[in-house]
Design a protein around this ligand. Sequence first.
Ligand code: SF4
Length: 394
Amino acid sequence: MRVLSGMRPTGKLHLGHYFGVIKNWLKLQDEHETLFMVADWHALTTGYKKVEEIPQNIEDMVVDWLSLGIDPQKSLLFQQSKVKEHAELFLLFSMITPKSWLEWNPTYKDTKYNLLRISDLELMFKGGVRDLVREFLAKLPYKVEDFEALEEFFLDALSDTLIQSVFEGYIERDLLRELNVSKRDFYDTDTYGFLGYPVLQAVDILIYKANAVPVGEDQLPHIELSREISRRFNNLYGETFPEPQAMLTETPKLPGIDGRKMSKSYNNAIYFADTEEELRQKVMRFFTDPKKLRRGDPGRPEICPVFFYHKIFTEQERVQEIERDCTAGKLGCVDCKKLMFEGLNGFLRPVREKRQEILEDRKRVWEILGVGSERASLMAKDTMEEVRERIRVG
Ligand code: SF4
């Protein structure tokens, strides 16, 4: 089976990327024919104003892929923009894709809002909205089953309200300026390219006749769209493309140091490029159970981000002990974090060392991408010859 997956080059990878994507890629490359793409044209759909960062972001990302064990002997690593056939097929698919398929695509609508939400939330968090929400929730006179989920729910609702209030004109110009938000920001994603990016994704998959694509649940509509485009092309011009299957992958939400989902935009991430000292400092800044103020206070490991990490990185016998001692008020958060650091650092140390080794020969990263892109081009050329013949143009 041929499996294709890609990442937009957003720079250095963090632990969230590992658990969300790379861990799965490592398994896939041992079991299938795998193509891993640097989606640099996709980076332009939302980042067309910051092109100067793209080459460095590509290098940083691929250095991390390699450090984490993505193996160019097993997988084909390539750069999307080096395979120009993507652009040709994108144009041809654009001719046959009904506009409504794109406008009604739920991820298009969500992403458009999410992009706004992330930057707006960031600004709101600076004003301490999260703290206010936490304080408010802590005072609720009933037991909250899932504190974290309720907190996210409140914050989502608040951000939606803020966005809505901008559109409705309730937020005054002065305040927008103070928040460093301009109305233009809201139109940044109102482009033809952004609307059409699922078509480009369909191209990425179909041009290599990939049979499967690993995705999280939120990406399912995109795969469905690729299948629909494939069907439509085949119906119009004859059997050419396979219908790619979604390989649904569980992606656990890894908390960042402030307990929110780990994300570069939240500035709460642990990077593979972090030094041991930077890691230590981040671990010591981790949020814990807000009700456990002193060592003797009983804690709630089930809501504590530090404990979440213990479950992954600490030996299992110790984890039970930590849970017991935290709940009984026998363990202080500082000592608990020190223990967590040991486990996490044990996982990150070899990656850091490998990273250093790769960085000493950066040229090699681009060579790997260059060779991979040439091989990918040959595959894409074959498909395009077939497509041109079918479509009688080109
Ligand atoms: S003792 Fe550990 S698990 Fe318990 S609240 Fe503190 S950091 Fe979290």
